[in-house]
Design a protein around this ligand. Structure first.
Ligand code: HEM
Length: 377
């Protein structure tokens, strides 16, 4: 129920121990006016700081303002605690330049080299209507009503300046981002987040998560790149697959989450072990393909959520994993890892990537005078 500090050197909602619920929204900027955009970012920052502290979006509250105007808060979170709410903003490639290369808002020359739309991967089945966006906000909280309230109020404040392009609700975190958390399970029933980058690994966070001052551009120092992928799971097909096959696909056992051939969850996988001439962890197992030892040591901080958005017209659950990963440079982490997974992962028989996004998340907001994006504008 506690409030998580909104202010700090890095944005909250990245190494913050993953909360249980997500409401993620991507926005398009409707104005061409830079000052309007800057004013919105300032207004958003003030509202975000208030809401993360467990307060109303605006000082007038839900009923205490002008009786003859719309309330400064929509009201559905009245009486609810802060619930660990974090709000994390990201800037998409299209905020800086249009698809035909024209600059926007006078910041084209500040676009990070790494902030290109992600390349196409084999088997991608992306729907552009639920991909990309000029801005995004990740709202995480332990109460879904609190996360939804936050996104709703930001979009209310942005009316006319920004419009929601797409959004995603998530329940059940699919990763742990701190050693204080037990590893949760994804909808395939496997522990997810075991080998994740954790908040306590401070040196590894500097190496793999936070953009350093000399990485460039300077405005992004202390920030991170966020990749989002809505990954549909063919759960009905998965549920007809043998346990032996399921474990071989991930390279871990389903009960304990230990690497195949080992006893305990946090044992290091032994990729050289063989039995009867065959590798104990199959050559194309997910954990082998994604492992840092196959990607020049690259790691990322995964922070995804499960989703079930009803059923499709064949009566199958529209369910899966809304994958979110943070990293210092997507060209060294997500992109090469996904290239390898998309080409080889046996898991591909059971999943489909249907939405994609890449966002540069600026550093944290220092204090009440600072605002989201100040270093960029
Ligand atoms: C590990 C599930 C997609 C990157 C794992 C593990 C599971 C899992 C169960 C083992 C436990 C752990 O260490 O967390 C899934 C499922 C996916 C999916 C169900 C899709 C629906 C992806 C994608 C990427 C990715 C798209 C990145 C491109 C990783 C990495 C590890 C991992 C880096 C840790 C490997 C290690 O160091 O041992 N995943 N994953 N996963 N996954 Fe995925």
């Amino acid at each position: 129920d506690e409030a998580i500090d909104f202010f700090g050197a890095n944005q909250a909602g990245i190494v913050t121990p993953a909360q249980d619920r997500l409401h993620f929204a991507a926005f398009d900027v409707l104005t061409e006016d830079r000052d309007d955009l800057v004013d919105l970012l300032k207004a958003w920052t003030a509202a975000a700081a208030r809401m993360c502290g467990g307060d109303y979006a605006g000082p007038g509250g839900a009923v205490g303002g002008d009786y003859y105007g719309p309330p400064e808060d929509t009201g559905e979170a009245q009486g609810l605690p802060a619930s660990g709410l974090t709000l994390t903003i990201g800037f998409g490639p299209s905020l800086f330049t249009t698809a035909d290369g024209a600059g926007r808002f006078g910041i084209a020359d500040r676009r990070p080299e790494a902030l290109q739309p992600l390349p196409g991967f084999p088997l991608d089945d992306l729907d552009p209507a639920i991909s990309g966006g000029d801005l995004c906000v990740q709202a995480c909280a332990n109460d879904p009503q609190v996360a939804v309230h936050a996104i709703r109020n930001l979009s209310r404040i942005g009316f006319g300046t920004v419009g929601v392009r797409w959004s995603q609700l998530g329940f059940g975190r699919t990763s742990s981002t701190s050693r204080t958390q037990a590893t949760p399970r994804n909808l395939m029933g496997f522990k997810d987040g075991t080998a994740n980058l954790k908040a306590e690994e401070t040196e590894a966070l500097d190496e793999h998560l936070w953009v350093a001052a000399d990485d460039g551009p300077a405005w992004l120092a202390g920030g991170s790149y966020m990749v989002t992928r809505r990954i549909r799971m063919m759960v009905e097909t998965w549920d007809r697959t043998s346990l032996a096959e399921q474990e071989a696909i991930f390279g871990r056992d389903k009960s304990e989450g230990a690497p195949l051939g080992s006893a305990a969850e946090f044992d290091e996988p032994d990729f050289d072990a063989t039995e009867g001439g065959q590798p104990v962890i199959p050559e194309l197992a997910h954990v082998r393909l994604a492992h840092p030892s196959n990607h020049d040591g690259a790691r990322m901080l995964r922070r995804g959520y499960s989703f079930v958005d009803g059923t499709d017209d064949l009566g199958r659950l529209d369910a899966g994993l809304f994958f979110i990963a943070y990293q210092r440079d997507p060209r060294r982490a997500f992109i090469p890892v996904q290239e390898s997974l998309a080409a080889n992962d046996v898991l591909n028989e059971y999943i489909k990537h249907v939405s994609s996004g890449l966002f540069a998340c600026p550093p944290g907001v220092a204090d009440a005078d600072d605002w989201w994006g100040r270093t960029l504008f």
